[in-house]
Design a protein around this ligand. Structure first.
Ligand code: GBH
Length: 444
């Protein structure tokens, strides 16, 4: 058994990636198809018809990529495990070569003194499970827990923190309600069982992970704070409905044991489910990018809100996303006041931005530095934050936007797969070096 390096009580400065966005090698070593492989092949789904078949070729270039993380002086690397590599059918036989890849990866992290933060599901659901209903099918929750147990039995001795699901909200909303992400369903409120079945899968996986000796377990939720578009009371009501549906729906069941008011019945919730979902977790992962403006719906709208511009016309990133670090500060203090002592320590499991700049990416440095300051301000207000992971190490396959956005601290030239650190990489290295074990600037 290889010992876990470093100390996980230290603030986890890190970088984050996801399997489908960087690995490529989608047909290699027995990997099965995922819903995203299918989605990429449907005409018109992905900008310019890009696919993730090669991506950053990380499946072959991982030692170089881990060296880049080591070169940052980071403490932790958040990566995801591709379910279809481990279980090509989503159930049944294990593909040894798939599991071997992640075994080598975690050994590579240990050799470099890096903590492994492993996400079990970052959206690449095995296609056979989607064919059986995907996350609309309650059985997928049980399949997920089985898969979690298989992976943990192999890797639990070397993984410092397990993240069950990445952003179940995005899977529900973008994948099954609006249809802009895989599997491309447009069920609107009919997608609510997708939230519940993922949360149930999370709870069952927490139990499976603990049974397999996991040290530390959490979930990474996407928080997109809704800001009322005006002072009109109907906009405030809409912002509340937005927060309940897209934000609190994914934390209340875990930390409070029940759903917020979603305005509809949830007939798919069975007796005992909420107790499973409320299994204690060690870390709440928070992925934050931006807030959104929320206004009252138009007459006849199916949803109780409509999304609009953030009030106050903040600056935007290269992708047009509003830059509002104060909303991250407020989110963290709101989590603390909403959940009190039930709130576990937080890690910011994703924070980052896309700009078009090739290498001299001053706007990314400004973005990250303002968001790190927001985290520290929340810590000064008493919120227990123990980590911050930049999204992302490398430019990568940005889902429906293909390779156009560039989120990396490291630039990738896709023609040659050459990696070149940007100015923000050097900036982040200095920030980490200048920080004490609590993540705050060292006193001099
Ligand atoms: C995360 O998703 C994912 O975990 C990661 O895989 C992804 O690469 C990364 O973020 C960057 O996108 O146009 O203002 O309404 C975040 C989900 C959904 C967040 C779309 C931003 C649009 C913002 N994203 N959303 S806005």
């Amino acid at each position: 058994m290889t010992p876990v390096p470093g100390s996980t009580s230290d603030f986890q400065w890190g970088v984050a990636t996801a399997a489908f966005q960087i690995e490529g090698a989608t047909g290699e070593d027995g990997r099965g198809a995922s819903v995203w492989d299918t989605f990429c092949r449907e005409p018109g789904r992905i900008r310019d018809g890009h696919t993730a078949d090669v991506a950053c070729d990380h499946y072959h270039r991982w030692p170089e990529d881990l060296d880049l993380i080591g070169g940052l002086g980071a403490r932790a690397y958040r990566f995801s495990i591709a379910w279809p590599r481990v279980q090509p059918d989503g159930s049944g036989p294990v593909n040894a070569k798939g599991l071997d890849f992640y075994d080598r990866l975690v050994d590579g992290l240990a050799e470099r003194g890096l903590n492994a933060t492993a996400t079990l599901f970052h959206w690449d659901l095995p296609q056979p499970l989607e064919d059986a209903g995907g996350w609309l099918n309650r059985d997928t929750a049980a399949r997920f827990a089985e898969y979690a147990a298989i992976v943990a039995e192999r890797l639990a001795d070397r993984v410092a923190l397990w993240i069950t699901l990445n952003e179940p909200m995005v899977v529900m909303a973008y994948g099954y309600a609006f249809g802009v992400y895989a599997p491309g369903r447009t069920l609107m409120l009919g997608a609510l069982p997708v939230a519940h079945h993922q949360l149930l899968g999370h709870g069952l996986a927490v139990e499976a992970l603990r049974g397999a000796g996991a040290r530390s377990v959490g979930i990474a939720n996407h928080h997109i704070p809704g800001q009322a578009a005006s002072d009109r009371p109907e906009d405030a009501t809409a912002a509340q409905a937005f927060d309940n549906l897209l934000n609190w729906q994914f934390t209340d069941p875990i930390l409070r044991g029940g759903y917020p008011d979603l305005g509809v019945d949830l007939p798919h919730v069975r007796d005992g489910d909420l107790a499973v979902i409320a299994a204690p977790i060690d870390v709440l992962g928070v992925n934050y990018y931006n807030p959104v403006g929320v206004a009252a719906p138009a007459e006849g709208d199916e949803l109780p809100f409509t999304m609009t511009d953030v009030p106050g016309a903040p600056p935007v990133t290269g992708m047009g996303w509003p830059v509002v670090p104060a909303a991250l500060h407020r989110l963290l203090t709101t989590l603390k006041s909403r959940y009190g002592d039930a709130l576990p320590p937080i890690q910011i499991t994703e924070s980052g931005c896309s700009y078009d700049e090739a290498l001299d990416d001053r706007p990314r440095i400004d973005y990250l530095s303002a968001h790190v300051d927001a985290v520290r301000a929340a810590m000064n207000d008493g919120v227990d934050v123990r980590g911050y992971y930049v999204w992302s190490l490398l430019d990568n396959f940005e889902w429906a936007e293909g390779y156009h956005p560039r989120f990396g601290l490291v630039h990738v030239d896709y023609a040659t797969q050459r990696r070149t650190p940007r100015a923000s990489y050097a900036w982040y290295r200095e920030l980490i070096a200048a920080s004490g074990p609590d993540g705050r600037p060292r006193r001099r």
